[in-house]
Write a protein that binds this ligand. Structure first.
Ligand code: TXA
Ligand code: MG
Length: 340
């Protein structure tokens, strides 16, 4: 099993992580969103190990993580003004930009596409590693890192989850504590003209529109108009992020009845309508009725309930508002287990 380096030892182990990456090995990388499975983005053999470890199809591109925006030119070309504006406003942070790729970026990173996903993560350990790695690798310095889970499963939000998901495939896991955001970054495509959100996240469309001073186009409209059926974003498959236990979304009033049958668990929000019966039920987990706090705990709770071998997990429906959009998106994918 790989070693987990505890938070107080982590900075001392940055150098070791750089050496392992330079030797083509994989590292468990803490970020503010979820843990990543990192390899040298300029080493196709190392990147191939990521696909093998996750069981991820080759046409699902990876995000390149950077320690500073002056490294952007190593991976992207014809960078539009909007990219610098968003970088300035939101990096380091939970935002990924899709840009035209620079000539040297290995095809395996981009799934053979002409574009590349890039972001600067907002986590001190990730930034320390990325900066040390860039110093050792002039002209490159990016780490290709998808979420550190088996393909189609729940993203890891703690160092121990990475070991559970990937075992010996990862050489070392840097423990950065629990991920603050808890769901994957917002992805904005700037490679085809007007910006398009490909995956909702903690940074909302409204925040991006405010910074750019323009309205965004919805993803589905673009997919329809181009008839583009290629899974450009693996998270866009309906059955992504799923637990193994069947999961159904219900209104709060509908949850009590199936729970009474036993062997089932529920996730509800801490709202005024919550009955005393549900509040005190041994198999009910109560999450905050606030999107950022809910997102922080959602994957962890799902993972814990999944491991307990319940027959079914019921989740209280989430409000249909912009603020809840990113969590709603993850919940609806988790509920599509039958189509996996
Ligand atoms: O928060 C995050 O983004 C986390 C942490 C580790 O940074 N990473 C993450 O990676 O969620 P992953 O591989 O699980 O999801 C990245 C998504 C995939 O759905 C992929 O298809 C999309 O980004 N992506 C990457 N490059 C792309 C490109 N060139 N065009 C379109 N989508 C791209
Ligand atoms: Mg993922």
């Amino acid at each position: 099993m790989p070693e987990i380096v505890t938070p107080d030892q982590t900075s001392a182990n940055i150098e070791r992580a750089v050496e392992l990456l330079n030797a083509g090995q994989l590292i468990g990388l803490p970020t503010e969103t979820v843990y990543g499975l990192a390899a040298d983005a300029n080493n196709p053999v190392a990147v191939a190990k990521i696909f093998a470890a996750k069981g991820r199809p080759a046409d699902h591109p990876l995000i390149v993580h950077l320690g500073a925006d002056d490294l952007l030119n190593n991976y992207a070309r014809e960078i539009p003004e909007a990219a610098w504006t968003l970088a300035e406003a939101f990096w380091p942070g939970p935002l990924t930009l899709i840009l035209k790729k620079a000539p040297g970026v290995p095809d395996i990173v981009t799934g053979g596409q002409d574009t590349v996903g890039v972001r600067i993560p907002g986590h001190p350990i990730a930034l320390a590693l990325l900066r040390a790695f860039a110093e050792a690798n002039p002209g490159g310095g990016g780490l290709a890192a998808p979420s550190a889970n088996q393909f189609g499963r729940i993203s890891p939000t703690a160092a121990a989850h990475v070991v559970t998901e990937l075992g010996d495939a990862v050489a070392l896991v840097l423990d950065g504590g629990d991920c603050q955001v808890g769901i994957e970054s917002t992805i904005v495509d700037l490679s085809r003209g007007d910006p398009v959100i490909l995956r909702p996240g903690a940074i909302t469309a409204a925040q991006i529109e405010l910074v750019l001073g323009q309205k965004l186009i919805a993803t589905s409209a673009v997919v329809e108009s181009t008839g583009d059926a290629t899974p450009r974003v693996s998270g866009s498959l309906a059955s992504h992020y799923a637990p193994l236990t069947p999961l159904t979304v219900l209104e709060l009033s509908e949850i009590t009845h199936p729970l009474a049958a036993g062997d089932c668990a529920a996730i509800v929000r801490d709202c005024a309508e919550l009955s005393v019966g549900l509040r005190q039920h041994g198999h009910v987990v109560i999450l905050a009725d606030q999107p950022a706090r809910y997102a922080h705990d959602f994957y962890r709770v799902l993972r814990e309930l999944d491991a307990k071998g319940y027959r079914h997990i019921y989740v209280q429906n989430l409000p249909d508002t912009q603020a809840w959009l990113a969590v709603r998106d993850r919940l609806s994918r988790a509920a599509h287990r039958e189509s996996l």
